[in-house]
Design a protein around this ligand. Structure first.
Ligand code: GLU
Length: 454
């Protein structure tokens, strides 16, 4: 606690700030959509607050009227909600003008700030902070002791006028008023900290604990950008990433549990997360790892829930899927082993909804030249399946029905044309599973069509 805490209270310092409960904040400027970097900052603040039974504050820093947009604010709020990062309190700086004004007036009346006439270009006035030229020292939770000589900062500008505070002042006033105890934010804000500490002292705010988290880097170790495959949170959502996977992924951007475990739910993260385990060096963004994590969540998800989530990606291509939930569920069950994203659910499944088109030569297994032999195999399969009851047309029964014949004639010779007749593809799931999903009638029709092709 700084000595300034005992500063006379003129009635604008809320009682809240005296409470020792942990309070963190995420303070995005709505001048762009929510990206992974911002979402990770929000996540770390959220985890730390929850872990300590504290509160997580969301503060929209929209004082820049020209660049701040409502649509960006919506994007940020929706992105956080989707990720499951729930805030306890929400503030907008644009609604807090009166509060900043009181602080500006107080600083002016105490001689800690002054109006200064700017001579450059056409003359206008700004409000400058009277820099006491101190050395400020703080112990960053991640980076250790940091010392700055603030002399070089001069009397920096803190407001354009009494109504218009600039970033440093608004942040400090808000952190104080909102009783923020821990400031967890990107390393790029380290250089802002000395100015903010000087202002804290001037308004009588205690010093919050600081934790500056490492930058996120692309695989080439340069600052992360779209070029590295990094997208906005909403783009990840649209591209079929699961919020659980993205949260798990983001938690590891700078943090890890110190052992081999890789899969963490939000609740597990709340238990295990620790500022002490955050690394100093840049956190490398690895898209392959994100895809792997997403595939793990897809593999382990409740199949009904997964089917619902996949539906939009499938029905945008195959509208019929919407009214065929049971069929879709089986398709997804078959596909999920190889899916990295929900969007992939819609890929290479056309044959389930429409007749496949293919050249008859595709029915030939590897070195087989004889289409007549292939035709004979397809006829035999039809015959073997004809006897299966429609209600028992299950993958295992279908396999049992044709297996002996396939063994006898060579599996590839028999099963390859069977599969191509159903899917028209060189690569697809096994013909038994596909036949089950298509049903007996459609399977028989496709076999017949292949035979006729030859
Ligand atoms: N509004 C600032 C930003 O978006 C964050 C301020 C802070 O975390 O102190 O970069």
């Amino acid at each position: 606690m700084s000595k300034a805490q005992s500063t006379n209270n003129i009635g604008i310092i809320s009682a809240k700030s005296q409470v020792a409960q942990v309070r963190t904040r995420f303070a995005p400027s709505p001048t762009g959509v929510l990206h992974v970097g911002g979402a990770r900052t929000a996540l770390f603040n959220y985890l730390f607050a929850r872990q300590n039974g504290g509160k997580f504050v969301l503060r929209i820093e929209d004082t820049d009227k020209e660049r701040s947009k409502k649509e960006y604010e919506d994007d940020i709020l929706n992105g956080l909600k989707w990720l499951g990062i729930e805030w306890d309190e929400l503030y907008r700086q644009s609604e807090r003008g009166e509060i900043y004004k009181k602080y500006i007036q107080k600083l002016l009346s105490e001689g800690k700030a002054y109006v200064s006439e700017e001579k450059e270009g056409k003359s206008k006035s700004v409000i400058r902070f009277k820099n006491p030229n101190l050395k400020v020292k703080f112990n960053d939770e991640i980076r250790g002791e940091i010392e700055f000589d603030t002399t070089e900062l001069g009397d920096f500008v803190i407001a354009k006028d009494e109504e218009t505070p600039l970033y440093h002042l608004a942040v400090v006033v808000d952190d104080f008023e909102m009783g923020i105890t821990h400031i967890i934010r990107g390393e790029d804000h380290i250089s802002n900290t000395p100015r903010q500490m000087l202002i804290q002292d001037a308004i009588g705010s205690p010093r919050p604990v600081y934790a500056h988290i490492p930058l996120i880097l692309g695989a080439d170790r340069s600052k992360l950008s779209k070029r590295h495959g990094a997208a906005s949170v909403n783009e990840y959502r649209e591209n079929g990433y699961l919020p659980e996977a993205l949260v798990n992924f983001m938690a590891f951007l700078g943090w890890n549990p110190g052992d081999e475990r890789e899969i963490f739910s939000m609740d597990e993260l709340i238990k295990e997360f620790s500022l002490k385990k955050i690394q100093k060096g840049g956190a490398v963004f690895n898209t392959d790892r994100l895809n792997w994590l997403n595939s793990q969540y897809i593999k382990n998800m409740d199949i009904d829930k997964l089917t619902e989530l996949c539906l939009p990606y499938v029905s945008s291509r195959y509208p019929a899927a919407g009214s065929q939930r049971e069929k879709l569920k089986k398709i997804i069950e078959l596909k999920r082993e190889r899916m990295n994203t929900l969007a992939e659910a819609g890929e290479e499944i056309g044959y389930f909804f429409e007749q496949p088109e293919y050249e008859k030569e595709k029915l030939l297994w590897k070195n087989e030249k004889d289409l007549n032999a292939t035709k004979k195999h397809l006829e035999k399969i039809s015959e073997l399946l004809k006897n299966l009851d429609e209600n028992n047309f299950m993958s295992q029964n279908i396999k049992n029905a044709v297996w002996d014949y396939a063994e006898e004639q060579g599996r590839g010779n028999v099963l390859w044309p069977f599969r191509v007749a159903l899917t028209g593809l060189e690569r697809s799931p096994d013909p038994f599973s596909v036949a089950e999903i298509l049903g007996k009638e459609e399977t028989m029709a496709r076999l017949k069509r292949a035979i006729e092709k030859i």
